[in-house]
Design a protein around this ligand. Structure first.
Ligand SMILES: [Zn+2]
Ligand SMILES: [Zn+2]
Ligand SMILES: [Zn+2]
Length: 410
């Protein structure tokens, strides 16, 4: 069953049947004292310039299939995604919310305090869905105030002395980076995910608290490109190529001319760079772990083509090296060694025995934290309808059982 329409699109267009269905659903399920759930006329959103409008917007194929009614037949991630699409679609067809902008002056012992914010008069679409805010600053400006009457006496709960500083712009999250790409006309709906994947796969940036932080390698590559390939990192140039490619797609430009115009200058820049650019050496990160092989130096973290690894700085006199791996809270069911979180050459996460290559035990799924009720080895877990299904990781046991959910809402 197709729950949503074609998803590789940035179109805002919604078929009139779908609009009608959403309006009917909203009117039937959201009743307000102070207004109607949907506006007089169905909502249409203007398309962005250059949007590929061959497909409709991403929406549920039938709005009456609520996320709740689909929960049993979807995986957790599928359900999360479906709920997001469903909520946003429904909200996009509902009435505006109405706020009163308010300034409250409060007098206390001869001092004045001022609070500015807004009071909600009518919830409209916000009864269904509001976007998660990225920037804290914005939240502060738009804070909701409770309803107050003039002359009302207020009680002081707490007095917090605070100083506000101007914040640097926050680092990009996956979502805000895509928004920025979109704003600049770089990338297309089908390439946003691969672009973000590349940042991580090549170790250009790591995600910390859901925000991208550039790595040493990322900074070095960026500097190098800016110096030797200015056109490649020029937003306008890249956006122009994207729109040229769109023209090739709709037949109004020939691909030979377009690729030639892009390729020739790039080929020239590459051959110049081959001669002129020096190899960039990324500084090693020190650790306080003594080399277990020679015992004469502390190990360092090096950056290589496949990401980071730990090695002895006395190379080539000492050849000790191992992959960067995080220890996880489980022991190898084959040999009792530590289990490490690792990445395959293709970047996929897996869990392997620290005694590799002497021991070859490995598992794709993370240890669940629950041990096998039969042999005590670690288990991996997956969600099933009735609760949690555990599978023993020991190749000689492999026991499976289902634990009913204990009423938690997760
Ligand atoms: Zn060594
Ligand atoms: Zn092992
Ligand atoms: Zn077992």
């Amino acid at each position: 069953m197709g729950l949503i329409t074609y998803m590789r699109t940035d179109s805002f267009r919604v078929a009139s049947e779908a609009q009608a269905a959403a309006r009917k659903y909203a009117m039937a399920n959201y009743k307000f004292d102070t207004g109607r759930a949907v506006p007089e006329k169905p909502r249409a959103y203007r398309a962005k310039k250059g949007a590929q409008d061959a497909h409709e917007a991403i929406r549920p194929s039938d709005v009456w299939r609520t996320p709740e009614s689909m929960a049993a037949s979807l995986s957790r991630d599928q359900l999360k995604l479906y709920r997001l699409i469903w909520l946003r679609f429904l909200a996009s067809q509902m009435s505006d919310a109405v706020f009163d902008a308010t300034t409250v002056d409060i007098e206390a012992a001869g001092h004045f305090f001022r609070a500015t914010g807004s009071v909600m008069k009518f919830p409209g679409f916000t009864a269904v869905y509001t976007e998660e805010r990225d920037e804290d600053a914005e939240e502060e400006r738009n804070q909701l105030l409770p309803e107050l009457k003039e002359g009302q006496v207020l009680h002081l709960n707490e007095l917090l002395p605070e100083q506000h500083f101007t914040q640097p712009p926050p680092r990009y999250t996956e979502a805000s980076l895509v928004k920025e790409l979109e704003k600049n006309g770089v990338g297309r709906p089908s390439t946003y995910a691969p672009i973000i994947e590349t940042l991580r796969k090549r170790d250009y940036a790591t995600l910390e608290q859901k925000r991208f932080k550039p790595t040493e390698v990322g900074l070095a590559v960026c500097d190098l490109l800016a110096e030797h390939f200015p056109s490649v990192v020029d937003l306008k140039f890249t956006a122009k190529i994207e729109s040229e490619l769109d023209k090739v797609a709709d037949g109004s430009a020939g691909w030979v001319d377009v690729t030639e115009a892009v390729y020739k200058p790039l080929a020239d820049a590459l051959s110049t760079a081959n001669v002129e650019v020096e190899r960039v050496v990324i500084a090693d990160e020190p650790t306080d772990e003594l080399c277990p092989e020679c015992g004469q130096a502390n190990l360092v973290i090096k950056s290589g083509r496949y990401g980071k690894f730990v090695a002895c700085p006395r190379y080539p006199d000492c050849t000790y090296r191992r992959s960067m791996a995080k220890k996880v809270n489980a022991v190898c069911p084959k040999c009792g060694g530590d289990m490490l979180e690792r990445r395959s050459k293709k970047g996929r996460r897996f869990f392997g025995c620290a005694n590799y290559p002497k021991c070859d035990f490995a598992a794709w799924n993370p240890p669940s934290g629950v041990n096998c009720i039969r042999c005590g080895a670690f288990t991996t877990a997956s969600r099933v309808k009735a609760g949690t299904s555990y599978k023993c990781a020991s190749p000689t046991c492999g026991h499976r059982w289902v634990a009913e959910s204990g009423g938690g809402d997760e």
